[in-house]
Design a protein around this ligand. Structure first.
Ligand code: NAD
Length: 224
């Protein structure tokens, strides 16, 4: 079985790639490295002791993604590729609408055309907005998003609900994370933000870590 992993060189995507391989599933990575390093691919191959097929492509690019779907014929897609900074999305909302919504719509157009039945979408806890009570559950109401990033995830979720209604044979899962943290026990992969970290733990540690605040480490202490 083959699964296309968009954003597979990123933090959550790279760990998912390892998990897929450990479970006998072949990952195909699509990542344009806008927020990850190419050497992550080498680290993944070292960690999994296998060659991993990858494409350096913007997954908003329909024609290039069409080629990937035609040649790789994936059975499923896990879509991680997105911009994810709440602050940046307030300063530059169009970047978030274009990439986060654009990449999803591109993938759904291709899924409709190719025999792909399973789709997992990397959503976010930000879809809950400012909840009335915590902890939220899957049944908690979706409130007004407090950032363009959160709103882009809400729009994506609605796109997927509408898509599934019109394509009932497709199975779709929405994952809503709450600040995932950690690194692989091997320390070969982990969270490696480019520029100023935006996620909670890398940001919190950015001044005390051996990387001297440049955000270039894997936060390997988190394993202990
Ligand atoms: N890390 C978190 O705390 C968190 C929380 C909630 C939701 N999420 C969501 O999970 C997903 C993955 O998060 P992450 O922490 O691994 O982020 P990440 O930035 O480490 O990984 C995303 C990867 O996608 C790639 N990418 C982005 N846009 C692309 C495009 N158009 N084409 C090709 N590649 C592209 C980036 O280069 C990067 O490698 C995102 O959708 C994010 O919104 C993350």
């Amino acid at each position: 079985m083959k699964v296309l992993v968009t954003g597979g060189a990123g933090f959550i995507g790279s760990h998912t790639v390892v998990d897929l391989i450990e479970n006998g599933i072949t990952p195909i990575i699509v990542d344009d490295f806008r927020n990850s390093e190419k050497f992550v691919l080498k680290q993944l191959e070292k960690l999994c002791a296998t060659k991993i097929v990858s494409y350096n492509i913007d997954c908003c690019n329909y024609e290039q993604m069409e080629e990937v779907f035609s040649s790789e014929k994936p059975d499923g897609v896990i879509h991680f590729a997105a911009d994810k900074s709440v602050n940046e999305s307030v300063e530059n909302p169009l970047k978030y609408y274009q990439n986060n919504i654009g990449s999803l719509v591109t993938l759904l157009r291709l899924i409709e055309k190719h025999p792909v039945k399973s789709f997992v979408f990397s959503s976010s806890c930000t879809v809950y907005g400012n909840p009335d009570s915590v902890p939220v559950t899957e049944l908690s109401p979706i409130k007004k998003a407090f950032s363009p990033y959160g709103f882009s995830k809400q729009v994506c979720e609605q796109c997927l609900i509408d898509f599934q209604n019109s394509n009932p044979n497709n199975s779709i899962i929405l994952l809503r994370y709450f600040n995932p943290i950690g690194a692989h026990p091997s320390s070969l992969i982990g969270e490696l933000p480019i520029g100023v970290p935006n996620n909670l733990i890398p940001f919190y540690n950015s001044n005390s870590c051996w990387c001297k605040g440049k955000g270039r480490c894997f936060w390997r202490f988190l394993q202990y």
